[in-house]
Design a protein around this ligand. Structure first.
Ligand code: F6P
Length: 544
């Protein structure tokens, strides 16, 4: 078992040695701490000096990574071996952004020719829609795209196009619909003209209830003004399930393949990224892929102690397994990057929210943390309080571009100062002596000092990483996303779990379908638990 390994045991013992060490003192003792504990890759600087670590901690963490055969597992993933063992699949999102001339084999076949051909098809499609050469059924150029998909078939394109808003093509609006809640589809379609709207269904399986229902409803909306034969002009689909897409009436020219070795939460690099490519133009989309490729090269070549994904992963394990941190908060200090926590939420929690090991045993340690967060500075005025002063350890990743996409005077300095100031406050805190000195200076009475000082003390010693980059451009965004993908991979390897399946979501889907049948058919007997039966009954009686 992992927890009885000498490397794990050494870390557990080291935690007891270091748990009361304050980072404030570590900074005072070593003026070079930032230089020693920061690293750069693909234009992203990672400052990890504000962590409760010493050189010894890092060495023990690297020992843990080596004992997990990290390098061997990494090579297996990039080489297309079926590391998703519960589904017997390769895991090759990296092949989708492989700009080297190296072949990548799955079951003896090089997948690169089909990857390149699909990317070329995406380019032709995007260029033709953007230039107006490709038209809707009535001969008008497209003005709007409605992308229908959920989970990985939604979050990637939606959040990346939000993050890259300054790069958007002006004449094409791309809308995203995921939820089966009809409010969403209704709101989006209400503003659109079927003649100038392209509907793209994105679904790896093309069996997902929400996506099928939304596509049917979008089609019904379209057929109010157009005919079934016109579907071939205005509908497109990205899926592994080409036959089902054709059955739906979609023209083969508008169907984009993907493969079972692309996981949903890793699929923005495949043709699932088509709506993103339409939103920002093909060249920007390609730069996004290139950014990820650069991070892949860093991940596969940099030594462990300079390897950004490895360092982030090991720090995460240090807090999750030895400090008892349940969650990890992501705080992008950039409005356009506000969706990142939701993106990483699926990436991390669907990947590492597991408790059975690769050898089919229940693990006796915690795995994936709860991922949450939102844009700075907004969170400072709501949930940061808990990070600063509760007893719960919550490691933070701050993110900040040096150059914003605006020239509104002074705003970016203020944003940056808040980002740095929060990290500093979390690390340093405020001692009782400092609080009393400040209150004395402010002429507070002895009683006030006695009653308030303990509330104002901030223990500090709260860990954070800061990720800084020049500008949130397509390439940097690609690198940033790949950085988190590889972090999650490294953690999965160390925790000895399969990061690439998601059996847990299947039960909910199956039960949801059983309930749907009972809602539609009032004669079906209610055979479920008392609560579910009562809720179904209430819905049957009151919903018309
Ligand atoms: O329900 C979870 C999930 O399987 C995700 O992993 C996936 O991204 C999403 O559903 C959508 O699946 P599909 O692309 O097949 O519609």
């Amino acid at each position: 078992m992992l927890t009885s390994s000498p490397q794990w045991q050494a870390l557990a013992a080291h935690y007891n040695e270091i748990k009361d060490t304050h980072m404030r003192d570590l900074f005072v003792a070593d003026q070079q701490r930032f230089n020693k504990l920061s690293a750069v890759a693909a234009g992203i600087t990672l400052d990890y000096s504000k962590n409760q670590i010493t050189e010894k901690t890092l060495n023990l963490l690297f020992d843990l990574a080596r004992s997990a055969d990290l390098e061997k597992h990494r090579s297996k993933m990039f080489a297309g071996e079926p590391i998703n063992i519960t589904e017997n699949r390769a895991v090759l999102h990296t092949a989708l952004r492989n700009f080297s001339d190296q072949a990548v084999y799955v079951d003896g076949d090089d997948v690169m020719p089909q990857v390149k051909a699909t990317l070329a098809k995406v380019k032709r499609f995007v260029d033709a829609v953007s230039s107006g050469e490709k038209k809707g059924y009535s001969g008008k150029a497209f003005t709007d795209v409605v992308s229908i998909g959920i989970g990985g078939s939604f979050l990637g394109p939606k959040i990346m196009s939000e993050a890259l808003k300054p790069y958007r093509q002006k004449h094409l609006n791309v809308h995203f619909v995921a939820n089966v809640d009809g409010c969403h589809l209704q709101d989006v379609l209400a503003k659109l003209d079927p003649e100038t709207t392209m509907v793209i269904t994105s679904s790896k399986t093309l069996t997902t209830q929400e996506t099928l229902r939304n596509t049917e409803s979008a089609k019904n909306w379209f057929l109010q003004t157009a005919s079934q034969d016109d579907v071939k002009y205005n509908f497109a689909c990205v899926s592994t399930n080409i036959a089902a897409a054709e059955k739906f009436g979609i023209d083969l020219d508008n169907i984009f393949p993907m493969w079972d070795w692309v996981g949903g939460r890793y699929s923005v690099w495949s043709a699932i990224g088509l709506p993103l490519a339409l939103a920002i133009g093909f060249d920007n989309y390609q730069a996004f892929l290139e950014g990820a490729f650069e991070m892949d090269q860093h991940f596969t070549s940099a030594p462990l102690d300079q390897n950004l994904p490895v360092i982030l992963a090991l720090l995460g394990i240090w807090y999750r397994n030895f400090h008892g941190a349940q969650s990890q908060v992501l705080l992008p200090y950039y409005h356009y990057l506000r969706g990142l926590p939701a993106y990483v939420q699926q990436l991390d929690m669907e990947s590492n929210g597991k408790s059975v090991s690769l050898t089919n045993k229940e693990v006796d340690y915690d795995t994936g943390p709860i991922i949450w967060g939102s844009e700075g500075t907004n969170g400072q005025h709501s949930f940061h309080q808990l990070i600063h002063q509760s007893k719960t350890p919550i490691p933070v990743d701050f993110m900040l571009p040096l150059h914003p996409h605006h020239d509104v005077e002074n705003h970016h300095d203020m944003l940056a100062s808040n980002c740095f100031g929060q990290a500093q406050a979390l690390m340093e805190g405020q001692s009782e002596a400092q609080v009393i000195a400040a209150m004395t200076k402010a002429k507070c009475s002895t009683d006030e000092i006695k009653n308030l000082s303990s509330h104002k003390v901030m223990k500090g010693n709260k860990p954070s990483n800061t990720l800084i980059f020049d500008k949130l451009d397509p390439k940097t965004l690609g690198s940033l996303i790949a950085l988190y993908e590889h972090k999650v991979f490294v953690q999965g390897v160390i925790w000895q779990i399969n990061s690439f399946d998601q059996w847990g979501v299947e039960l909910g889907k199956a039960l949801g379908n059983q309930v749907l049948s009972k809602l539609a058919n009032h004669d079906e007997p209610l055979t479920m638990d008392g609560s579910t039966n009562a809720l179904i009954e209430m819905f049957r009686q009151r919903h018309q």
